[in-house]
Design a protein around this ligand. Structure first.
Ligand SMILES: [Zn+2]
Length: 309
C-alpha cells in the first residue's frame, strides 16, 4: 500500500499560504491519526512516524492510518517549542478557539485532521532521556478508562505517567489539544520519548511495535506483532530542576530505583570548577527520566522520580 500525501489548507497569511501536511495510508477513512511536531523542538516523533509509514507500506491494510508529521511547521522551522510569530503553545490552546493567530489556526486544522478517527496518538519528546512513556490523563470516566487501558496494553510503554484527578490537573488537561480532540469524539493517547541524540534502536523498536499493535487493535492491519513485554510501571511523576548553571553529570542509572537523598547526578557549577554540587532525589521511587551530560541553566529539567501508584 502506497501512502497518499495531501494537505489541509490552513490560512492565507498575507500572501503566504500555510497548509497542514497529511499522509494517509490504507483503504477507507482513517481510524488512527498519529500526530507529531506539535512542539517545534521535539524532532524524535518524526523518526517514529517515518518508520511507521515504512512498515505499513509492506502490510496488507484493512483500514487507513493518518500521519500528521509536522503539526506545527512554523515552530519546527524555528526549532523552538512554539513559533515566535505568536508565542502560542499549540499543546495548550485546545482547538484554537477560532482565534486568528497562525498557531491557533494550525491547532484547529490538527483537531480537524483527527476528527472521525477512533484514536489519535499524540507524540512528543523530552530533552531528558525518557523511555517509551504514555500519559494517563485526569478525569476519565470508567468507559473511557477501559478503552485507554486497552490502548496502553497495545502500545506497551515502559512507563505510564498517571495524572492526579485534582482540579489543577483537570484544568491543565482541559486546555490541551488532546482534550479538544476528545471533545470531537476521538480518543487520544499521548506518548513521550527521548530526544534525537538518545533515541536509540531499542527505544525506536519498542515504539514502532507499539504503534503497529495499536493499528492492529483498531483493525487497520492484522496483528502480527509479538506480544508486549508488559514490564511497565504506573507512576506519579516528581520533577527536579537544575539548582544552578553548569554541566550536569549523571550518576544514577536510568530506570533504576532511588531512595530519598540518593545522589542522582552532580552539577559542575559554571563559576566554581572543582566544587561539584550533588543533586539528590527528593523521594524514593523509579528514576524514570534523566538528562545525559548536558549544559543546564537554573531551572532546567534534569530528572524525574516516579512513585508507583
Ligand atoms: Zn511536547
Amino acid at each position: 500500500m502506497e501512502p497518499v500525501y495531501h494537505r489541509l489548507p490552513v490560512v492565507d497569511a498575507g500572501g503566504m499560504e500555510l497548509h497542514l501536511p497529511i499522509c494517509d495510508i490504507g483503504p477507507g477513512r482513517p481510524r488512527m491519526c498519529v500526530v507529531a511536531g506539535i512542539h517545534g523542538d521535539e524532532p524524535s516523533p518524526l523518526v517514529l512516524v517515518d518508520r511507521l509509514v515504512m512498515a505499513l507500506r509492506d502490510r496488507e491494510m484493512h483500514g487507513a492510518v493518518r500521519v500528521v508529521a509536522a503539526a506545527n511547521m512554523p515552530a519546527l522551522l524555528q526549532r523552538s517549542r512554539w513559533s515566535s510569530w505568536d508565542e502560542e503553545d499549540m499543546n495548550r490552546i485546545g482547538d484554537g478557539d477560532g482565534g486568528p493567530a497562525v498557531t491557533r489556526r494550525l491547532a484547529a486544522a490538527v483537531v480537524a485532521a483527527c476528527e472521525g478517527c477512533t484514536l489519535a496518538v499524540n507524540l512528543h519528546n523530552f530533552v531528558m532521556r525518557t523511555p517509551l512513556l504514555a500519559i494517563q490523563p485526569p478525569g476519565q470516566d470508567r468507559e473511557r478508562r477501559t478503552r485507554h487501558d486497552a490502548y496502553i496494553g497495545a502500545l506497551d510503554p515502559h512507563v505510564v505517567w498517571v495524572f492526579g484527578d485534582g482540579p489543577d490537573d483537570v484544568r491543565t488537561f482541559g486546555s490541551s489539544i488532546d482534550a479538544a480532540i476528545e471533545r470531537r469524539g476521538t480518543d487520544v493517547l499521548a506518548v513521550e520519548m527521548s530526544d534525537l541524540p538518545e533515541l536509540d534502536e531499542p527505544l525506536l523498536a519498542r515504539g514502532i511495535a507499539g504503534l503497529l499493535r495499536l493499528a492492529a487493535h483498531l483493525g487497520c492491519i492484522d496483528d502480527r506483532e509479538r506480544p508486549g513485554k508488559r514490564n511497565r510501571v504506573y507512576v506519579r511523576r516528581r520533577l527536579v530542576r537544575a539548582p544552578g548553571a553548569g554541566i550536569f553529570e549523571p550518576i544514577a542509572a536510568l530506570g533504576g530505583q532511588v531512595a530519598e537523598d540518593d545522589v542522582v547526578g552532580e552539577l559542575i557549577p559554571l563559576e566554581r570548577p572543582g566544587a561539584r554540587v550533588p543533586v539528590r532525589s527528593p523521594e524514593r521511587g523509579w528514576l524514570i527520566q534523566r538528562l545525559g551530560r548536558r549544559f543546564v541553566r537554573p531551572g532546567d529539567m534534569i530528572f524525574t522520580v516516579g512513585r508507583s501508584v
